[in-house]
Design a protein around this ligand. Sequence first.
Ligand code: RB5
Length: 154
Amino acid sequence: MRIAICTDHGGIELKMALVEYIKNLGYDLVDFGTDSEESVDYPDYVEKVGKAIQDQEVEKGIVICGSGVGVCITANKMKGVYAAICHDIYSAAQGVEHDNMNVLCLGGRVIGVELGKSLVKGFLEARFVGHDPGNERHLRRVSKVRKIEEEEMN
Ligand code: RB5
């Protein structure tokens, strides 16, 4: 699976650790930066991850800033991008399984490296269950989200 990652200056340390971790897990990773502690604007980086998802170059994305809030707001402005801040492992996996989340948002000043790795693992290993027999309710709910998205973004 191909994954994209980015951060602003608020998440450099976490991103560096996650890049190595994700590659070691065997995923194909596209790193959109930033790579220094020089102050940058997170929307410029999130947009690259969002576009990679929209263009189906990657399946999932991980976006990091100091709190996780700015990157999350930005990512959710992009059509076809479903992003959430998850600071617990249950939500990082269930957000994919039930809500078809395709972008995980993390706060580099909030989440330690080891928890960050566990969150990423849960997120990457999870898959949307809405097409499985008995789970149609999740597809129905996601379809309603998409309908709102269509109405709001067109
Ligand atoms: C940068 O200082 C900080 O504002 C940014 O990383 C993020 O926390 C915004 O949500």
